[in-house]
Design a protein around this ligand. Structure first.
Ligand code: ATP
Length: 732
């Protein structure tokens, strides 16, 4: 932010005088000490009462007391004034060796009684309730809850803190003097050193007083700063609220030290991340919290991704607010991982040495931590809370002469100043309650829109240098910090989203899949029952067949065969179920089945063999029938020939090959009731008969020899046929 001309002039004057001041001997350092102490105590009392009366208008202090105090204060002020007049030159005295700005050294500030505390706003003199942090003591859980609820109900204002850095070595060597005092960890007194030779300005205002939510002397540790400014904010982020912390101040005032810190003394960013993971671990062991991280910088009015540098990013406004399109968001699982990412981001960050700061940040850096918490309610709906924490390290406001005159540096400086000017314009507009807030004037204000005017708990840490050489910048910083106190932000609501069971991502699909699986499961069970039924039936059949075939098998109990699969015994049910699809599984049931199958096969083979035997017997029977027929025919023929008169009385007999053969044993037959004919008996043809009957061929061996054989009875005994007579000579 622009530095006032007056401050510059003063600085120049002081620069010219600082050696003189340094060489001044102490002039009666204890003179008026008691009065000053008394005045300070009274002033403190008065402020305390004023704040009490404002907070509790009904319980105003007793008028006598007030009168008494006012009287005392006026008295002391007169004394102070007197003292001031007497020791005008002493007012310039500040102990250069002061390292700690604390209450014990309060008496070192001169001229304080003569300076009425300038109210910088309606509530500036009131000890306001800290919205997010309390440096004096740790708020209890109940108080915290109450605090957050109050914030929600009526909105809140930005919490503003001031941090004074220690005097640097170079500054000490240059003879710089400390121009800042911090009292009560809240009040900041800025002393303006005047030229002792400038008699016209001896009576002018030399000390300015500011009050903030908390002010940190140069001895404050990083942990203290973190717990006071950001500790409670982090709690709110974990509950699903947005929070922002930004450091503001002149170049070299200690912004990067506060936000990032060093390896030995880690800053707010590092401590917040560590704290965040510790809290996440404490809160949910089931991994309900998801942490995402992004890190960007605004350099020369371009937005760049620090975690994966590339082309400049474009800012877009959507439902969530201003977002940098294409910004990488890393999911972080541990503090170490985040530390590595931070380190990587900082290596990519633009820093250049300037006259004021060897590692001057030439860009505004924003680390965004998004914490998502997911849980389910009693109705299995998904509750999702998303909290966003933005940790912002702004580039330092600076004068061109304070940094460098080189082109690039001055261009950077101009851009930094431009964005900070835009920031101050936004702060002004917000404080004045204007409708239009000029966020669009710079990339920085666009990115800070949520933090300044949105639903967000915002913390501003103003970093100041103790050196009187930086008086102008310090005054400027304190002025804007004081102004920022008046910015009211909207009540920070919890970013909660409830996703109904049916609406859940992939919900219908999952429900459908579940139903399908249930249906499939049911079908498989039915199939299994059917298979078991079939198996039991088969077993029963097999056993019955085995019994018929005298296969010695243990007869199964009827009950076991008749038991339906649904009524399996508890023990059977306990048996591990094997998938029907896995054909390789071997169970006692399957072994039973294979045995039964074997028995069935054996039976089938027996049946087959029996069938074949029957067929063979049928064939043999057919052949026998034919033979008997032939025999019968032969008998008939022979009877006919005996009846003819030309025939000689000598009985002649037709001899066939079969008849010449020795008598064969009777063929085996399933039926032993009749003898089977000779298998080789040749059929007598008509030719054979004819020849045999011709007289010329008598006693000649032909193919069919006819023998006169009186005793050649037919061996065939067939049912239905008359038994042939034993006599072969048939006389007609
Ligand atoms: N509280 C502190 N305690 C000790 N050293 C500090 C403290 N604050 C700042 N410093 C030191 O002061 C120097 C300047 O600090 P730092 O770089 O943080 O300033 P800055 O405000 O970020 O400057 P710029 O805007 O140029 O980046 C650094 O060397 C840093 O170590």
């Amino acid at each position: 932010m622009p530095v006032s001309t007056r401050s510059k002039v003063l600085n120049q004057e002081q620069n010219g005088q600082e050696n003189t001041n340094l060489n001044l001997p102490f002039r009666n350092p204890h003179q008026g000490l008691k009065e000053k102490m008394k005045a300070l105590t009274l002033l403190y009392e008065q402020q305390k009462r004023a704040s009490f009366s404002l907070r509790n208008p009904n319980q105003s202090p007793k008028p006598e007391d007030q009168r008494f105090k006012t009287h005392q204060l006026l008295d002391s002020c007169k004394k102070g004034e007197r003292f001031h007049r007497q020791d005008g030159k002493d007012s310039n005295f500040v102990d250069e060796e002061t390292k700690e700005n604390n209450v014990a050294n309060a008496d070192r500030i001169f001229g304080i009684n003569s300076v009425p505390v300038k109210p910088s706003g309606p509530s500036s003199t009131v000890i306001r309730k800290l919205s997010m942090g309390n440096g004096a003591r740790k708020a209890t859980a109940a108080e915290k809850g109450e605090k957050l609820e109050n914030l929600d109900a009526c909105g809140s204002r930005i919490s503003v803190f001031v941090r004074l850095r220690p005097m640097g070595k170079k500054e000490r060597e240059n003879g710089s003097r400390c121009c800042v005092k911090i009292l009560n960890k809240r009040d900041v007194y800025l002393t303006e050193f005047t030229n002792d030779n400038d008699y016209l300005r001896l009576k002018r205002l030399r000390v300015r007083h500011f009050t903030f939510d908390s002010s940190f002397p140069d001895t404050t540790t990083q942990r203290e700063v973190y717990s006071t400014t950001t500790g409670d904010l982090l709690e709110a982020v974990l509950e699903g609220r947005n929070g922002s912390v930004f450091c503001y101040g002149a170049t070299g005032a200690g912004k990067t030290y506060t936000m990032l810190g060093t390896m030995e003394n880690p800053g707010v960013m590092v401590l917040a991340i560590k704290d965040l993971f510790a809290k996440v671990r404490q809160r949910s062991l089931d991994g309900n919290h998801v942490v995402h991280l992004s890190y960007l910088e605004v350099y020369n009015e371009t937005v760049r991704d620090l975690l994966s540098p590339g082309r400049p990013l474009i800012l877009r406004e959507d439902k969530q607010g201003i977002v940098a399109a294409g910004l990488t968001q890393y999911r972080a699982y541990s503090t170490d991982e985040v530390m590595a990412l931070l380190q990587r981001g900082n290596q990519n960050r633009t820093t250049e040495p300037t006259r004021c700061n060897e590692t001057s940040s030439r860009s505004h850096a924003i680390l965004q931590v998004i914490v998502e918490y997911r849980t389910r309610d009693a109705f299995m709906n998904t509750l999702s809370r998303i909290g966003k924490l933005s940790l912002i390290d702004l580039a330092g406001s600076e004068r061109a002469v304070a940094t460098d005159q080189r082109t690039l540096r001055s261009l950077e400086g101009a851009n930094i100043n431009r964005s900070l000017l835009a920031l101050s314009s936004c702060i002004n507009a917000l404080v004045e309650g204007k409708k239009h807030i000029p966020y669009r004037n710079s990339k920085l204000t666009q990115l800070l829109k949520d933090s300044l005017g949105g639903s967000c708990n915002t913390v501003m840490i103003a970093n100041i240098s103790p050196s009187d050489h930086s008086f102008g910048e310090t005054q400027n910083t304190l002025h804007w910090a004081d102004r920022a106190k008046e910015i009211r932000v909207k009540g920070c609501e919890v970013n909660e989203e409830v996703v109904q069971v049916g609406e859940q991502e992939g919900g219908p699909d999952q429900a459908k899949l579940l139903l399908e699986l249930q249906e499939e499961n049911r079908e498989l069970r039915v199939q299994l029952a059917k298979q078991q039924q079939k198996l039991l039936t088969l077993q029963a059949e097999t056993l019955a067949a085995a019994n018929n075939n005298n296969i010695s098998q243990t007869p199964p109990s009827i009950s076991s065969l008749m038991t339906p699969p649904s009524a399996l015994t508890a023990q059977q049910k306990k048996k591990p179920r094997h998938s029907l699809l896995s054909g390789t599984c071997f169970t006692p049931e399957s072994s039973k089945r294979s045995k039964a199958e074997e028995a069935v096969k054996e039976l089938q083979l027996t049946v087959k063999a029996l069938k074949m035997e029957m067929e063979r017997m049928k064939r043999e029977h057919g052949l026998q029938m034919k033979k008997q027929k032939e025999e019968l025919m032969k008998d008939l023929c022979s009877k006919k020939s005996e009846k003819t008169p030309e025939r000689s009385k000598e009985t002649r007999r037709i001899v066939t090959r079969g008849s010449l053969r020795p008598k064969e044993k009777e063929l085996k037959s399933p039926s032993h009731r009749f003898a089977s004919p000779a298998a080789t008996a040749k059929k007598r043809s008509f030719w054979d008969i004819g020849v045999a009957n011709s007289p010329s061929l008598d006693r000649r061996k032909t193919r069919s020899h006819v023998h006169v054989h009186q005793e050649a009875p037919s061996m065939l005994l067939q049912p239905g046929f008359a038994r042939p007579r034993t006599t072969t000579h048939m006389k007609h």
